[in-house]
Design a protein around this ligand. Structure first.
Ligand SMILES: C[S@@+](CC[C@H](N)C(=O)[O-])C[C@H]1O[C@@H](n2cnc3c(N)ncnc32)[C@H](O)[C@@H]1O
Length: 256
């Protein structure tokens, strides 16, 4: 792929994210409702990690929580700030890398939804979990969901999708290499610029871990009471989620 055409991940995808994934906020809300009900009711503060365009952060702020939102993409951060501003909701947005972020103060709950964690490389899982643990007090909670190897193996080689709107056309395709443990989504954009269409490409690499690897890494980072759910158990039934493709985790930072 010519370098000049390639964008940083989550540049154009950030700009058009809400139009490509309109189902995500309701799906996330549904799973949170099932898994986090009592924890959310007691929490006073939360940080949404990989916050995207801010739907979850705004939900938390509407509940009266003190909210921080972290994302690596400057466009995602800007969109979250703008959304919070329009809704007159107090959300503090920090541009940060989940592998090494630091919050100005600890929060009761960290969330990382819609497989944001899969965006880091395999070896970076420990860094993410240590940073999350640092952001929590003893007894604080980490809630996240990940795509599994099965999802990438079954979905990515078949991914051939075209989305056409009046101001952009996008082609999505994917690749998966089990031996190298590499998975990638390739996004080919044609964005209207006046009477012309500008072509841009983004590549989104994905990492993944087995359940054992995730539990072991959580334990090493200081988490206990680890529970998990399969996607179809916690996602809206109408989404027809496939068994074994997404796993939701809830873990508590150990007290001692
Ligand atoms: C699939 S989107 C999910 C966004 C949001 N959580 C949602 O549920 O719609 C993944 C998000 O992770 C962010 N991201 C990717 N790598 C990151 C990193 N290393 N640190 C922080 N955020 C990252 C992307 O910019 C993007 O906003």
């Amino acid at each position: 792929m010519p370098r000049s055409l390639t964008q940083h991940p989550y540049t154009l995808l950030a700009r058009f994210y809400d139009r490509l994934t309109p189902y995500a906020p309701a799906m996330n809300r549904h799973a949170r409702g099932k898994i986090l009900g009592r924890i959310l009711a007691r929490a006073r503060s939360a940080c949404d990690l990989g916050c995207g365009t801010g739907a979850t952060a705004l939900d938390f702020a509407r509940r009266g929580l003190k909210v921080l939102a972290v994302d690596f993409s400057p466009t995602m951060c800007r969109l979250t700030r703008e959304k919070a501003g329009r809704a007159h909701l107090p959300v503090r947005v920090l541009r940060g890398d989940m592998r090494r972020f630091r919050l100005p103060e600890r929060v009761d709950l960290v969330t990382c939804e819609f497989s944001s964690l899969n965006h880091v490389r395999r070896n970076d899982l420990g860094g993410v979990l240590r940073s999350v643990a640092r952001a929590l007090p003893p007894g604080g909670w980490f809630y996240f969901d990940v795509n599994t190897a099965k999802a990438f193996e079954e979905e990515l080689p078949r991914l051939k999708e075209k989305v056409e709107t009046s101001d952009f056309v996008v082609f999505l395709s994917g690749s998966y290499n089990r031996r190298r443990r590499q998975a990638r989504v390739d996004i080919d954009w044609f964005v209207r610029a006046g009477r012309l269409w500008r072509r841009r490409q983004e590549q989104i690499p994905h990492g993944w871990w087995t359940d054992t690897e995730i539990r072991r890494a959580l334990g090493r980072a200081g988490f206990g009471r680890i529970r998990s759910w399969d996607g179809p158990e916690v996602r809206p039934a109408k989404m027809k989620s496939r068994p074994g493709h997404d796993t939701y985790y809830l873990a508590q930072k150990r007290r001692g």
